[in-house]
Design a protein around this ligand. Structure first.
Ligand code: NAP
Length: 484
């Protein structure tokens, strides 16, 4: 860029000639709403001439910066080289009179879908049907008017584009780059339904992990409520319902965290055992296992959230009035009964170890959570990533399990802990992580580890590779392609 270019103002005042790559292109925008106004500003800042088409140009003129020409829809469509349609799709049919001036030009459809799972055709395909002599490009719908106004540095930079015309797509790609966005080619216009749906998704990969977390929370909460709150009330008429908001939640959260963390490692073990049994890595995993493997990051982050909440709840336990009253009452009883020193060495050691190991587990979990952020994950190579997520992950699981075992100490052998004949929660929650850790140890045995490594390097026990064709397409049951 020359020094003159650097001196040029980003937004010209009325009548000034733009200086940039886009300087020679006149970009039209139909509609004068929020999106149109932001787009006009960004286009002008990138050096394009802009002409805006409105049903009421006189009224809309004041809404646009000086350099933009606001005129009738017909004028704008006739003058522009390329036109953005910033009008809701319900009103596309009102633009039909522009068919002639728009013939041979590129139309950019920026509209979003109304709801997910809507059957086609998409808005983009409908626009292409209405204007068969124009080339429709779908794009910019994932960029908000706000992002356009503030510039791509303060929002998503990706712009998904698709079109049946490569020439039209190239022109829009160029505009997209000039405005500082990153174009992503999504192929033909048939992908436009998917592109229109992109802004409508609500954390699709989080649905199952969040459901799983909530379900486990409800189950463990009810279990703890039954044992710790209802049992004393039923058996001794003692009301400890005050425990419900803090105490019961605080024993529920670590249970959910530990089970969720184990669920991160179960699918990896299933996959490894399946490969050992099949003797090949070239058979597809069942769909449920595929989906589970793809959700490990979300499961891990849900586990981290529960563990972090457990730490905060635990730190605030002494702040509660109930804890203070209990402490004072215990001290008064101690004095009244002349019991003297309340120090119990074993209890002290149990607590010191329990807290220390818990802090370590939370530290390791935080490391895993940070390493799962895309910006961090992109900065490490595959070996480093797998070391963090697998080796350190198993360390976190072992530490969290040890934390729970230390909490239990020898209480598993105390008959009083089996209220309503139900085992204590800590006993239930260590079952899955212990199973996972044992499974991992089994896979580390040389016989299993060597065979698994051979399989993952391409060794195949089944000499003849057989592919199953879909039901309706099958020739003779299975098709033998071992000769290929
Ligand atoms: P808007 O503020 O309601 O503006 C729509 C414009 O369409 C109106 O200002 C109107 O301008 C024009 N229009 C033309 N024919 C019309 C008719 N028959 N009836 C009503 N209006 C008519 O909407 P918007 O937020 O700018 O959104 C426009 C398009 O951009 C939509 O398809 C939307 O999905 C898409 N989009 C918007 C955003 C966003 O952040 N707002 C983000 C991504 C995509 P005149 O009265 O001057 O003709």
């Amino acid at each position: 860029m020359s020094g003159d270019d650097m001196m040029a103002p980003l937004i010209r005042s009325r009548g000034e000639v733009p200086v940039s790559d886009g300087g020679s292109m006149l970009v039209g925008i139909l509609g004068t709403g929020d999106f149109s106004r932001s787009l006009a500003r960004r286009l002008m800042a990138s050096g394009y001439h802009v002409v805006v088409g409105s049903r009421t140009p006189q009224r809309s003129k004041t809404l646009f910066p000086d350099g933009a020409e606001v005129t009738t829809q017909m004028e704008a469509a006739s003058q522009a080289d390329l036109v953005f349609v910033a009008v809701f799709p319900e009103h596309y049919s009102t633009l039909l009179e522009l068919k002639q001036p728009l013939a041979g030009k590129t139309l950019v459809d920026v509209s979003n879908g109304v709801r997910l799972n809507q059957d086609g055709p998409s808005n983009g395909e409908r626009l292409a049907e209405l204007f068969p002599e124009s080339s429709v490009v779908k794009g910019f719908n994932t960029v908000s008017a706000w992002t356009l106004q503030t510039g791509p540095r303060d929002g998503s930079r990706q712009v998904f584009l698709c079109s049946d015309s490569n020439k039209a797509k190239r022109a829009v790609t160029q505009i997209c780059r000039s405005m500082g966005f990153v174009p992503v080619d999504m192929g033909l216009l048939s992908s436009s339904l998917e592109v229109e749906n992109l802004p409508l998704y609500l954390f699709p990969s989080w649905r199952l992990p969040i459901l799983c977390t909530l379900l486990l929370f409800v189950i463990f909460y009810l279990y703890n409520f039954l044992r710790d709150v209802l049992h004393p009330y039923v058996t001794a008429g003692k009301s400890v319902f005050y425990k419900m908001p803090v105490d019961t939640v605080n024993v529920t959260l670590p249970s959910v965290a530990l089970v969720m963390l184990s669920l991160v490692y179960v699918p990896g073990l299933c996959a490894a055992f399946l490969q050992l049994r099949r003797g090949t890595k070239y058979s597809r995993f069942p769909d449920w296992l595929d989906r589970w493997l793809a959700r490990r990051k979300q499961l891990g982050l849900c586990s981290f959230l529960c563990a972090a909440l457990h730490a905060i709840y635990s730190l605030s336990l002494p702040m509660r009035k109930s804890a203070r009253f209990k402490l004072i009452n215990a001290a008064l009883r101690q004095v009244k009964e002349g019991l003297g020193d309340a120090w119990v060495d074993e209890e002290v050691w149990r607590m010191e170890l329990y807290v220390s190991v818990g802090i370590m587990a939370l530290g390791l979990l935080s490391l895993l959570a940070v390493a799962s952020l895309p910006s961090v994950a992109n900065a490490v190579n595959w070996r480093e990533f797998s070391f963090i997520q697998s080796t350190l992950g198993y360390c976190a699981l072992s530490t969290a399990t040890l934390h729970t075992l230390l909490f239990g100490w020898d209480r598993a052998f105390d008959a009083a802990q089996y209220r309503f004949n139900l085992p204590p929660t800590f006993m239930l929650v260590v079952l899955l992580p212990c199973g996972v850790l044992l499974g991992r140890v089994a896979l580390a045995l040389p016989c299993a580890a060597l065979r698994l490594r051979r399989i993952r390097r391409g060794s195949d026990d089944n000499r003849r590779i057989r592919f199953k064709l879909p039901e309706d397409n099958r020739l003779n049951g299975t098709e033998d392609i071992s000769h290929v």
